[in-house]
Ligand binder design. Sequence first.
Ligand code: URA
Length: 435
Amino acid sequence: MRAYDIIAKKRDGKKLTLSELEFMVSGFVKEEIPDCQMAAFLMACYIKGLDIEETVTLTQVMASSGEQIDLSSISGVKVDKHSTGGVGDKTTLVLTPLVASVGVPVAKMSGRSLGHTGGTLDKLESIPGYKVSLSMEEFVGQVMRIGLAVIGTGENINPADKKIYALRDVTATISSLPLIASSIMSKKIAGGAEAIVLDVKVGSGAFMKSQKEAEEIAKLMADIGKKAERKTVAVITNMDEPLGFAVGNALEVREAIETLKGKGPKDLEELCLELGAQMLLLAKKAGDLSEAKSMLKEVITSGKALDKFSQWIVAQGGDGSVTESYRCLPQAKIVSDYLAKESGYIFSVNAEEVGRAAMILGAGRESKKDKVDLAVGLVFKKKVGDYAEKGEVLVEIYANDMEKLDQADTIIDNAINIEKEKPKKKPLVLSTVKE
Ligand code: URA
């Protein structure tokens, strides 16, 4: 078998077999196939597409390219959640202790920020002492003991996805539905969960720009889940404006804690209740969505979810005082107000641009090697549909560098659109797709 022939076969739009996909993926992981051939192969897949059978096969081949986590020693149905990536998306920080406090074990592996989208690991690292690497024994042991753990995906889990994603990132081959679906599902399958809730984001801040495209990829991932015997539910959610008010690592940790105290932004709370309820249903902890949501609201009101958050942070070496005071979090040196230039309704906020502004401030990475500034970011004071008077504060910009602050200010200026008429707001949860 030769990589050249497989590339040519896909270039000509032909269907690839299991052994051909295995040959490409394992050859690339073992560095027998060079970047140039893999890049050509990925571009052929991007242009000619992969059918469902090829996508399922590619997912399985990638998932088995490294270690697969065995969570069978943890009792109960292990449910994982994954977001396709958004701006201000701190749901994992809220959702994990929320569902764990109603008895659903969560053994989660998360990623870092890249481009305009944030990453859970960076957010967690803004809590002093939090360890994102645990041995497998420590990871599983912590979930058995307290019901939750969140770590980074280790080097030997799904090495194929890490290498392929890095190459896609520099060859304009990220935005391919089968490549995104196989990348996400191979990580979830290697992570060992029995059931998966996917948050498929659609809108200006998401990879998927139309609801149709989001539903298509959701269906594809649900089908892959079914073939791999993992119950999968995908919730299609709006990412036309940032989720909640805060964008930036330490700022998002504060907002997540406020949400666990029942004082968070409405949209973030609504999303956490929706995704959490789907997780409870898959774990057979509730009979229907409304019962599941009541159970989750109850653990917020009683303080159990917040206690679970503290227990989790302390178990992973973090400073548990963070739930009482945010002083332990990294603080930016400069806080500058962005003011409304005219009176009117906030008609739209381009989430991708907001993510870019946060990245320029230092909250995210343009390339994998970039270092993140955990203190910086943006806190919005208004959401789409709110009215603002000229001169009112619309955004607080947290910065550590004047030049970056000026650049972020210019981006924000273009990202926020104020109009005289009130916009029609799209619902946050657009639809649900099941296998
Ligand atoms: N998120 C992933 O994990 N993989 C992709 O390919 C795109 C988004």
